[in-house]
Design a protein around this ligand. Sequence first.
Ligand SMILES: CCCCCCCCCCCCCC(=O)SCCNC(=O)CCNC(=O)[C@H](O)C(C)(C)COP(=O)(O)OP(=O)(O)OC[C@H]1O[C@@H](n2cnc3c(N)ncnc32)[C@H](O)[C@@H]1OP(=O)(O)O
Length: 530
Amino acid sequence: MADPTEPSVEDHGESSSGEEDDELVPHPVGGQTSMSTENSKLKKKKKKSKKPKAKNAVTDGTGGSDIAIAGNSSSAKAQSTNIRSIEDLLRQLAIQEQPQKKSMDDYKFWKTQPVTTFDEKIDDEGPIEISKTPDDIPDTPYPLLKEFEWDTMDLSDADVIKEIFDLLYANYVEDSDSTFRFNYSRRFLDWALRAPDFRPDWYIGVRVAGTKKLVAFISGIPVRLRVRNTTIQSAEVNFLCIHKKLRSKRLAPLLIKEVTRRVNKQDIWQALYTAGVVLPKPVATCRYYHRSLNWTKLNEVGFSPLPPGMTKAKMVAKYKLPSSTSLPGLRLMQREDIGQVYDLLVAYLNKFELAQVFGREELLHWLMHDYGTESVPNDENDKERVVWAYVVENTEGVITDLVSFYKLPSTVIGNPVHDNLVAAYEFYYASTAGLDLPRTDPDGSAMLKSRLLLLFNDALILAKNLGFDVFNALTLLDNPMFLDELKFGAGDGYLNYYLFNYKAFPIDGGYHEDGKLDAVKRSGVAVVML
Ligand SMILES: CCCCCCCCCCCCCC(=O)SCCNC(=O)CCNC(=O)[C@H](O)C(C)(C)COP(=O)(O)OP(=O)(O)OC[C@H]1O[C@@H](n2cnc3c(N)ncnc32)[C@H](O)[C@@H]1OP(=O)(O)O
């Protein structure tokens, strides 16, 4: 078989001098850069860290905070103060070491697109281009070199899902020394891509014409998005992936233009997408945080180094959790709960500046997938399960809280003891605590904080008991109120949120410029992207 990846792929319609490619490849993948940060700096001094570099990256965030708790004596306290300042310094360095953006002119593709530029002064929110109609958009796909062809991927076909899975498995995400590889399960892809009202033609593949091998993919799903007070019919674009051997050949701009064409044909002109790379221009940036559930395993796979002054036993003790949850009435969500859960989540999300406007069916899909239907029992311990939602029901039958998380495992390559790392990612949650008060109200915030501490401590216990090794969360929603106290550590991944063809005032990402969590304002972002 001829090597499908040999021919280069021409881009049509955006300038490409070629000079910009060198600095772009290999790209930091997804939501994280490979620049050193507080955490990786600490590790470099001791032990090389191994981290998947994806927008869903699982990275150890234990370094800084673990050092700070070393020792109990007063001299240790003094030492701890010094370490705190070292931590602060490293935190600042971490901020400075976020990837430097290129100049606008160097974004050969993105400078041709309707996106906000870096130095643009935003005076009002709204679409950037409004002049087109679907009739102005070409009916046929962008031309590819003759060695390649477009394919609309039929996700109802298990073999097609397997092809996408295989492409992503080998090419979507891995860490710098190929120790961890993200492992999106087929059921996960079904969940992520086949939400209600999905558009079959928004699953776009590129195949080698001769062999039909799938070498690139991009997907969109329709979403209603609220940016402050405006609701916009949009696409959420995700799972952009190009075979490693076809990198730096300007295929990504073609995929992006093709998905744009297909979305525009539906009279939709805005999109939301996230990436670890800095592009013009993020509307918000959140940071990844990680909470060890199985520290010993994280340590054994080379993921969580032992901080100086600590013993393994102390680390295990630090992350120990009770064996059962504490909130009375906490239970697995059932499909029948959707009415109350919908009302609760809508009321909670209304307080944020960037949120998805869910329909009831849509929310049921996201929180329950097919669980609880005739074909798929609502089995909490099902090994194939991808999303878990729990509610707290009070004695009057009222659902007062919702918490959910999803599963994204990584394969551990070449480790004699472990072959996988199983991460839980925080998904949507809501609480009635402080709900009637404005978000800025100190009493309402205090009530919410106490409740979230209990709710997420229980979520950690549930995740631990289900066999997860680590619990990951971003600094979005109200997370900055509880991450530190629940022993989440700052990771070295950032997730940039982008709006296509829509300018908006910046939205808080949940941390201050010095890297500390902003527990008062928290984040305005309430969209959890997979
Ligand atoms: C209205 C509807 C609109 C719908 C569309 C909305 C926009 C959707 C946007 C997509 C949202 C995706 C959300 C996710 O899925 S984020 C996850 C992205 N996927 C991965 O990280 C997986 C592993 N990496 C790869 O497969 C490749 O490295 C990718 C495909 C990322 C780039 O391939 P390659 O390395 O072979 O590069 P190239 O030579 O073809 O192209 C170079 C150009 O591509 C720009 N680039 C690089 N990375 C990204 C990125 N993550 N988002 C947007 N643009 C990106 C780059 O700045 C340069 O442009 P410019 O600097 O010259 O200007």
